[in-house]
Design a protein around this ligand. Structure first.
Ligand SMILES: NC(=O)c1ccc[n+]([C@@H]2O[C@H](COP(=O)([O-])OP(=O)(O)OC[C@H]3O[C@@H](n4cnc5c(N)ncnc54)[C@H](O)[C@@H]3O)[C@@H](O)[C@H]2O)c1
Length: 447
């Protein structure tokens, strides 16, 4: 015995998304958790706030065209009317548009509000939608700081409404296979994890052109991007994070370059900058972002070397879970390839997985998974491509939401608790970097 105090097993609080296959399958919560509840008896009445690329695409045109038999759009809301009117045409819907969220909800009476705004406004709309009697489907990250996270948890309890967080990565074919292997117990109990995520010089760089480049808007990549990764890990491990220690540096973008401009479109360094990106070649993006600049001044092709950028591109974090699993995590946003490496160390062996998203060499499929058992053999599994739009994950997730109830043996459905536990690793990591000390999540929120 080490004499260390035994921490209580708090997994009972994880909800459907964190349950074992057996518990989740048997749970009476699954009906409302899985299929979005319809209060009007007919189609689900949805209103969408945030008509950007994600709102116009997956949660706009795709939803309208693929699920029109079960979903009715009753309103669109955005602060930018030029973008919103373009998106209304693009989606092909007839519903009214609003710049005032309360007015939209009061006039159109949706069952469910879909939140796809800039990250820092998610919490405001999630809470307000629930206060006005709606359920919520929100894009990740559920919120960008601890206070907003607490507000959502408290508002959901107070109003009795329901928040669903759309963690599409849980539906990727490699993520699912990893979950199944861990649940089978083949590598025993997991004791620690090494998790490295790589964003390349195209996708990784793009965050530094956009609003994501500012902590006050995205919470930093540790929140905006890593929420996907932390949710996957919480779900894979079926465990709750307790404490985070992190470091973050800006080593490539922002002030690091000897030259900079305002934006790619009018930059004097077009011919020499390896990151030069010509938005004018893409008619859709010109309509979605450049024409609407007249209203909000937002430049989608801003210089990724702006001095005021305040997020990190090079990050590492150590996370301790309630069951003493230790995770080493890193995120690098200026890599020659994209994807991730994850290794689970178990009491009986190790699971290694490498997922390939983009790289300058040929690969056999989406991912390689290797299972190596102590004193025994090792075998490899190759996971095929899976499909378009996040390896087919977006489609599988939307089927689960809108075509349900569909059995959920892996507990892929995620509510506010899963949303909170994933962002809180990133928020605690941010606070750890700022305060230069480890941060216990319970210092920040009561989930
Ligand atoms: N799950 C995924 O794989 C995935 C992929 C892309 C984006 N996302 C998420 O979708 C959300 C939108 O991202 P995006 O890439 O579409 O960004 P975007 O910049 O294209 O769109 C954001 C929209 O929010 C609007 N907006 C900003 N402030 C607002 C406010 N106060 N009220 C109402 N509307 C406001 C903007 O005008 C814009 O139309 C983000 O939260 C992002 O994290 C998720």
């Amino acid at each position: 015995m080490t004499g260390e105090k035994k921490r209580p097993d708090r997994r009972k609080f994880l909800g459907a998304a964190g349950m074992t296959a057996f518990a989740a399958a048997a749970s009476p919560l699954m009906r409302t958790d899985n299929a979005q509840a319809r209060t009007s008896g007919g189609k689900l009445r949805v209103a969408l706030v945030g008509t950007g690329i994600r709102g116009s695409g997956l949660w706009g045109k795709t939803l309208y065209e693929k699920y029109g038999d079960v979903v009715e759009f009753v309103g669109l809301c955005d602060i930018n009317t030029v973008r919103m009117e373009f998106v209304k045409q693009y989606m092909g819907v007839k519903c009214p548009t609003f710049t005032d969220f309360d007015e939209m909800v009061k006039k159109t009476k949706p069952d469910t509000v879909i939140v796809t705004t800039m990250d820092c406004f998610h919490a405001k709309y999630i809470c307000r939608a629930m206060e006005l009697g709606c359920d919520v489907i929100t894009e990740k990250p559920m919120a960008t700081d601890e206070k907003m996270c607490q507000d959502i948890i408290d508002t959901e309890k107070r109003t009795g409404r329901h928040v669903r967080v759309t963690f599409n990565y849980r539906y990727g074919p490699a993520a699912v296979r990893i979950k199944e292997i861990l649940m089978s117990g083949e590598i025993g109990q997991v004791t620690s994890v090494d998790f490295s995520y790589f964003l390349d010089t195209s996708h990784g760089a793009s965050y530094f052109r956009r609003w994501h480049a500012f902590k006050q808007k995205s919470g930093s990549l540790l929140v905006h991007k890593s929420t996907h990764h932390f949710d996957l890990m919480n779900w894979w491990l079926n465990a709750e994070p307790v404490e985070v220690n992190a470091c973050g540096k800006l080593r490539h973008y922002g002030w690091n370059s000897p030259f900079r401009g305002e934006r790619c479109m009018n930059c004097g360094h077009k011919s020499s900058c390896p990151y030069y990106w010509d938005i004018t070649k893409n008619e859709f993006l010109m309509n979605l972002y450049v024409k609407p600049e007249s209203e909000d001044g937002y430049m989608r092709d801003a210089c990724l070397f702006r001095r005021k950028i305040n997020i990190w591109d090079t990050m590492s974090a150590q996370v301790r879970y309630h069951n003493d699993v230790l995770m080493n995590y890193s995120l690098n946003a200026c890599m020659p390839y994209e994807g991730f490496n994850v290794g689970f160390n178990g009491t009986k062996g190790r699971l290694d997985a490498r997922e390939y998203h983009r790289q300058p060499w040929d690969v056999k499929g989406l991912a390689d998974i290797r299972i190596s058992l102590n004193f025994k053999n090792s075998r490899e599994i190759t996971i095929g491509a899976g499909g378009s739009s996040h390896w087919g994950a977006d489609e599988r997730m939307q089927d689960m939401i809108f075509k349900g109830p569909i059995p959920d043996p892996l507990g892929q459905t995620a509510g506010s608790r899963a949303g909170a536990l994933s962002i809180m690793i990133g928020i605690a990591a941010r606070r750890s970097i700022e305060r230069q000390r480890p941060v216990v999540i319970e210092e920040l929120v009561k989930i």
